[in-house]
Design a protein around this ligand. Structure first.
Ligand SMILES: [Zn+2]
Length: 438
């Protein structure tokens, strides 16, 4: 006999395929972003079929987010927010083995843009609440479901807008779960680390502008804006900032030590992380502040020295490191260069403890004897940055037991993004146990 929620497990892959087929590419520009409204209406339809009411809110034309509240058995308890974004990053069909918006099921995987980021979680939650509604399962406390727009462009027209304009929708929410966490890394047959996200680095996207004396390209010239800017950019790009062990990564490294029976040099933790595979690139970035130059702009003719030159830099800082990061930047950038923030957003961090975490751990262990859940810090940003502003504790918990040889990290925003059907079914079972217990 099949374990867990039968209907949800049987429809989750098809729901994901359908959702992938709705192209919700977010270009960062409303005029060229499509599909979020269609996707939100599709979710509303699936909820409506089982009698769950939802409301769609639009920040701008077509930039739609859906919110529903499922009443819990004890309505006096704080609510749990379960949020997911409906938008995806662009995908070029020419690069893919299958069409990125086909949602094709092949070789035991559902393929397509959004398969792991994050229509997988959207579909798992949808499948589960549909079965609960059909079979009369009531969660212990209110669950607020939010399927939001615009996460891939920072959430200004999605989560951030909802939080600013409609905070009442999240009234009473004390905790939240969403993306980038809950997936497994196989240590050996009987041991898998499940990485639960409890922290995100802060975002500091900046523009650097160097000034200088414009002039003829053939002259002797000692005040060249391009040269000055490039020196600063080279320093930023080639300097590795010092290791800082925040609480989640301290716990994470301790778990890695124990799992692999190794000792990690706290000054050089990256060496040990390398054995975790490609995910180590993301985890390594959670051990320090980073500043990667990404764009350059200067000049208009080979023989004209321009008066200004500018660069953009993707800066990320750890929780509690915002001021230290500014000091590090100032000393690397040096004199004569102006720095302005393009986007500056806070780091998010919570502790890996309490009844909610206990329930995550228990749910994972019930479905996988070899599960060892551990907290970690994500190098990128998610909508947690917005929901945290309402005082909500945010966790990345989209449970997936993954095949040992799957290079999961490279699937995010990657070519041939796909998710195993078995992993989706596992996720549904874990979420079922977890959401019944919290
Ligand atoms: Zn995402």
């Amino acid at each position: 006999m099949e374990r867990g929620p039968v209907q949800a497990q049987s429809e989750v892959a098809e729901l994901l395929s359908e959702l992938i087929r709705i192209d919700t590419t977010n270009t960062g520009d409303t005029a060229t972003s499509a599909g979020e409204r269609v996707a939100a209406e599709w979710v509303a339809g699936k909820l409506d079929e089982v009698g769950i009411d939802s409301v769609i809110h639009e920040s701008e034309r077509g930039r739609a987010s859906l919110v529903a509240r499922i009443p819990g058995a004890d309505r006096s308890r704080p609510a749990l927010l379960v949020h997911g974004h409906l938008d995806v990053v662009p995908a070029d069909p020419a690069e893919w083995s299958v069409h990125p918006f086909s949602g094709e099921e092949r070789d035991g995987y559902v393929w397509g843009r959004g398969a792991v980021d994050m229509k997988d979680m959207d579909a798992m939650v949808l499948a589960l609440v549909r079965e609960w509604a059909r079979t009369g399962v009531r969660p212990p406390r209110d669950i607020v479901l939010a399927y939001v727009a615009d996460e891939e462009a920072g959430g200004k027209l999605g989560a951030r807008w909802l939080v600013d304009e409609h905070p009442d929708l999240f009234e009473g929410c004390s905790e939240a779960i969403s993306e980038v966490g809950g997936f497994s890394i196989t240590v050996r047959d009987d041991l898998r680390l499940y990485l639960v996200q409890t922290a995100e680095k802060g975002l500091a996207w900046m523009r650097l502008t160097a000034g200088g004396r414009p002039g003829h390209g053939s002259f002797v010239h000692d005040d060249n804006a391009v040269t000055r800017l490039c020196q600063a950019v080279a320093r930023l790009g080639s300097t590795r900032l010092p290791t800082v062990l925040t609480p989640p990564m301290r716990q994470f490294l301790a778990a890695v030590e124990e799992a692999y029976g190794i000792e990690i040099d706290p000054d050089e933790p990256e060496e040990a992380l390398a054995r975790l595979g490609s995910i180590s690139r993301m985890l390594g970035a959670a051990l320090r502040n980073t500043a990667n130059p990404t764009m350059l702009q200067a000049g208009y003719k080979t023989n004209v020295i321009p008066g200004t030159a500018s660069a953009t830099v993707d800066g990320r800082f750890l929780h509690g490191q915002a001021e230290e990061f500014e000091r590090q930047l100032a000393s690397l950038i040096g004199e004569g260069i102006q720095r302005e923030w393009i986007v500056h957003d806070q780091a998010v961090e919570t502790t890996f403890d309490g009844p909610l975490v206990d329930s995550m751990v228990a749910a994972l262990k019930s479905e996988d004897d070899g599960a060892r859940p551990v907290p970690f810090t994500m190098s990128g940003g998610t909508d947690a940055k917005s929901f945290e502003r309402l005082g909500i504790r945010c966790f990345g918990f989209s449970p997936l037991r993954l095949p040992a040889d799957l290079d999961f990290a490279s699937l995010f925003h990657g070519i041939d993004e796909r998710v195993p059907v078995e992993s989706l079914r596992f996720g549904v079972r874990v979420l079922d146990r977890f959401l019944r217990a919290v």
